[in-house]
Design a binder for this molecule. Structure first.
Ligand code: F6R
Length: 249
């Protein structure tokens, strides 16, 4: 496990972009897993700058989104498909047919989840999975619970996630209550994982993930079991980590 504490959000975004660029440079046909939310916006901006200024080539990569709200049309401004278009896809040369998101309007969620999981494995699996973390320790939309769920599945979002997501919608009533999300197994089967957290509001979730027990009650804690995880933290997300001093128990 690697951990980098950055000076600020801008530096975190540059470090994260560098990580993605390295993955693409090492493998121009890399399969990437990408999150939405506020945390990765700066990373996407950096990637767009690298495309415009340095010719970073996205034409060979494949992107799988971590999750999508159930029942929200892909052209809804609150949808994650819409988010990815606005924040990355329409600014770079990634072919639309190489970008995937769970189908939010599917009639049969179970079938759709199986289809999405199969698409990921048929693409050869995820080379680099980029994650954010929820205030309750969720990754993707794997909410705290009694079990780690392996594959893509339909999720009832936790009240704290609905509250946190309400900032992206005009009113609380409009915040989706359900989502389709890749599973913990989907994440753990990725060859490498990059996880970003910015802000003191994430400090407790980060501390429990890095220094607490591995438990489905705090889904990000499972990342300790992965051989190639990099945490990039900023703006106080590291502030609750307990410093272990040499020679003291
Ligand atoms: C979104 C996702 C979530 C977010 C998390 C943090 O695709 O998978 O796990 O990464 O909720 O969201 P922000 O970055 O908005 O704090």
């Amino acid at each position: 496990m690697k951990m980098i504490v950055c000076r600020d959000y801008a530096q975190m975004s540059r470090r994260a972009a560098l990580h993605v660029v390295t993955a693409i440079a090492n493998n121009p046909t890399a399969v990437l897993g990408f999150p939405t939310g506020d945390t990765p916006r700066g990373m996407y901006r950096e990637l767009i700058n690298l495309y415009n200024d340095c010719g970073l080539d996205f034409s060979g990569i494949t992107v799988f989104n971590l999750d999508e709200y159930a029942g929200l049309a892909p052209n809804d401004p609150g949808s994650y498909r819409g988010y990815m278009l606005e924040n990355l896809f329409r600014h770079v040369n990634i072919p639309v047919e190489s970008t995937f998101c769970p189908d939010s309007l599917c009639e049969d969620a179970e079938l759709e989840c199986r289809r999405y999981e199969k698409l990921i494995s048929e693409s050869g699996g995820i080379d680099l999975m980029v994650l954010g973390i929820g205030v309750n320790g969720h990754i993707g939309f794997n909410e705290p619970g009694n079990d780690f769920i392996d594959c893509t599945h339909l999720v009832e979002l936790a009240p704290e996630t609905i509250a946190a997501n309400s900032r992206f919608f005009p009113s609380m009533d409009m915040v989706p209550r359900r989502a389709l999300s890749v599973g913990i197994g989907t994440i753990m089967r990725s060859r490498a994982i990059l996880i970003l957290a910015s802000g003191a509001a994430k400090a407790e979730a980060v501390q429990k993930a890095l220094q607490g027990p591995v438990t489905p009650g705090h889904p990000a804690s499972i990342l300790k079991m992965h051989p190639d995880v990099s945490w990039v933290l900023a703006e106080g997300a590291e502030s609750k980590l307990i410093q272990h001093q040499p020679g003291r128990s």
